[in-house]
Design a protein around this ligand. Sequence first.
Ligand SMILES: NC(=O)c1ccc[n+]([C@@H]2O[C@H](COP(=O)([O-])OP(=O)(O)OC[C@H]3O[C@@H](n4cnc5c(N)ncnc54)[C@H](OP(=O)(O)O)[C@@H]3O)[C@@H](O)[C@H]2O)c1
Length: 332
Amino acid sequence: MTLQTFRCFLADTKGDDAKRGVTTRTLDDLPTDGVLVEVHWSSVNYKDGLASTPTGRVARISPIVPGIDLAGVVAETDDDRFPVGAEVLAHGYDLGVSRHGGFAQYARVPAEWLVAVPSGLTLRDTMVIGTAGYTAALSVVALEERGLTPADGPVLVTGATGGVGSTAVGILANRGYEVVASTGKADAEPYLRALGAKAILDRATLSEGTSKPLETPIWAAAVDCVGSTTLANVLPKIHHGGAVACSGVTGGGDLPTTMMPFVLRGVSLIGIDSVQTPIDRRRAVWARLGGDLKPIGLEQIGHDVSLDELDAVLNGILTGAVTGRTVVDVRR
Ligand SMILES: NC(=O)c1ccc[n+]([C@@H]2O[C@H](COP(=O)([O-])OP(=O)(O)OC[C@H]3O[C@@H](n4cnc5c(N)ncnc54)[C@H](OP(=O)(O)O)[C@@H]3O)[C@@H](O)[C@H]2O)c1
């Protein structure tokens, strides 16, 4: 391919202030290895907010094209599994952290990180889901692998209007679970009910104060992306033998809990990591995201921005202000 200039959002995180904005680069600025993908869509995750600020301590190279998610069309390849024109997506591993990511019109991605876009999803749909939705799907799969079924009782989702939370609500509701959505946003009820939530819980009831080591059990399981006091206050309210799939630290990286839910109720705490999932499991879960794990309400969850609008969104996601998933139309 002849040398081509393309637009990207670049963050220089070396100094005290982030220098970031839209600029142009050439294909020579990309890593030399991997499949060349013409990126059509990316999305904004909490980690992208961190990777775009000097204090976030996520970016390992600077300047960096952030964007841990991307979806597009193969433009140049020597890998038979992903021919030119194939629709692909990628997320996690080193993308947007130590290798230029999805906030650009082109990216080079190792073939072993690529996932074929599953039937049942458009390229844009895959980025409405993105890392956050894939993490929600991994959480639901982990709970069900441990035996959870809709007959077991209500399932709590914390941080419910965020990326992981919104997609978790939509996935669980589509699978027939009675979903209780915890949110700090007073006006979020119509949005969460549209995704299938049956009940809404004020976030403050979980994030403030300290529960007793064991409380009356009310939820069969939980998908938690908040951590800290919230997670500590959820564990004492899980049914005997239930489980919590935890993936995030929006509320803090600590966990001020006791042993009692684990040793007196057999509650399990399942850690979820979407970044380094082996590629075979990743491809299998994505294939299901186009089918039986597809969230309700992708239309309500996703809203589009251009590269030029990214700066404000990256600030907003770090303050918990964003509802749903921000999808980046990188060609706009
Ligand atoms: N382990 C993994 O592989 C993995 C993958 C993806 C994300 N994550 C992590 O998961 C977390 C959520 O990611 P996300 O993309 O869903 O972020 P997000 O879109 O910003 O959503 C986080 C949500 O948490 C709630 N929240 C914000 N501040 C809070 C606080 N102080 N206390 C309690 N709740 C608060 C808000 O929802 P409400 O207003 O509705 O309460 C917010 O929308 C982040 O820590 C992220 O790094 C981990």
